[in-house]
Design a protein around this ligand. Sequence first.
Ligand code: ADP
Ligand code: MG
Length: 139
Amino acid sequence: MSGKITFTMIKPDAVEANNIGPILSMINKAGFKIQAMKYMQLSKEQAGKFYEVHKDRPFYGELTQYMSNGPIVAAVLSKDDAVADYRKLIGATDPSKAEEGTIRKTFATSIAANAVHGSDSDENAQIEANFFFSQLERL
Ligand code: ADP
Ligand code: MG
């Protein structure tokens, strides 16, 4: 597993808290390059589609409501071992369990409002990047 890209979102809580800049800075300092980026707001339906794998989980309604509640930044990041290295940089899903120095430890407020998304596999990185970006919008 040494894919070159991963997909991230800066989630509504982090955008609202004016943490777009600090999070992008951490991403760049960790060696990731930005291949594509956009600022937008998801509809509840679009958030539902993005998180469809979680549709049977008890938090699905809360998650899709929250993710469509305000603007997000979506981006494709490139680096060797992008998926694994980015999961390390963002830290555990629950920020109280995330390591010091990770994005979630630094910026997340709860397990739902956890500042950022990061792909969990090379295959999902491609699917998620294609969900948000056309070929024209990617380097
Ligand atoms: P990750 O984002 O670390 O890959 P998951 O894929 O398991 O985590 O979950 C997707 C998102 O759903 C999480 O980032 C978080 O916003 C939300 N979530 C996960 N678990 C819970 C939970 N127990 N309660 C509320 N929201 C949750
Ligand atoms: Mg996940």
